[in-house]
Design a protein around this ligand. Sequence first.
Ligand SMILES: [Zn+2]
Length: 388
Amino acid sequence: MSSSQKSFRGRGALGKLEEVLTETSAESVFLVKSPGAYEASGAHLLADQALAKVRTRSFDGFTPNPKWPDILSALDLFRKDPCDLIVAIGGGSAIDIGKLVSFLALQPAAPEAYLKGEEEPSEPVIPLVAIPTTAGSGSEATCFAVAYYEGKKYSVAHEKVLPYCCLVDPALTDELPPLWSACSGLDAFCQAVESMWAVLSTDESVAHAKEAILLALEHLETASRSPTRNARDGMSEAAHLAGKAINISRTTASHALSYTITSNLGVPHGHAVSVTLGAVMAYNYGLAEEDCLDPRGPGHVRTRIEELLELLQAASIEDGRRVIDSIIESTGQPASLEDIGVRSSKDIQVVADGVNAERLGNNPRAFTPESLLEMLQELHARGAGRKD
Ligand SMILES: [Zn+2]
């Protein structure tokens, strides 16, 4: 779905918060802030000043990858003392909570029903202003929100979830530690790359994805290793554009495979996605009429992958895989399955079994349990081979 969203981007964008408050005539704000990141990013300096003019109620009682009880406490707090506007400042989790409160606050049925897709929203949403303090998920530009309910990951996808406005200020990412810069930057890069071949991709999403890939190629290593303002600016824009791309196209097999790697081995999301990206690209390039899930046909998908190779300045699929590995390593993270803890054939089976079937359906080439396992085994053997 195409997005119509107000956005202010670039250094100083946070300063627009005051303007947004005036323009929406908000007299009260429900502030969702990441514990820690709100101050560490420096966001509090300008935000506190802007919010001093309105009645503000803050919520920061949540952990990363928000659990359902966290959402319910936020909702409860909001409903006891409703506000005109929600402002979410932080990483992907703060923005997800902001989205869910915005979406659910006025709906009459049990909140779980909307999470599980059993109910459609009948009431309006509370406008949300999303202000990211990382350059990665692009969540400020998407119409989905994630929550963990009884240990299971749910994603609410609805056009009403898209924030009314976002302020993308790269200055808020200046103090991000190297590991976060690397892993969130890898997420942006992977989201843009997967977007290129996604079944739901459109010309518009591909244009955003290409721009995001070029920016990430230029700035990811510097932003991860020895950040400059210019690199931070580039990665903030890359992450936002990758968010716009996947808002339309959604993600594919590498995201589908990443959730188990993250939950079982504690590998940060962006890094977990990146380790299978090259293998998925090669697998997808090998598609044929009988296993092609994209109605535009295998020729279309291959052309998109060739356009991707051109962006990567790679002469072949194999060369493209090497470029992707070197991008991962340039951020200081290992690129092989072995190095992130997927070692035995049993480990590989666990990753294959944990794949998210819904995301897999958006991959242009169909997988069978056998072909998925085979792809992972080849990837694993390749990593071992590179070391010798
Ligand atoms: Zn992601």
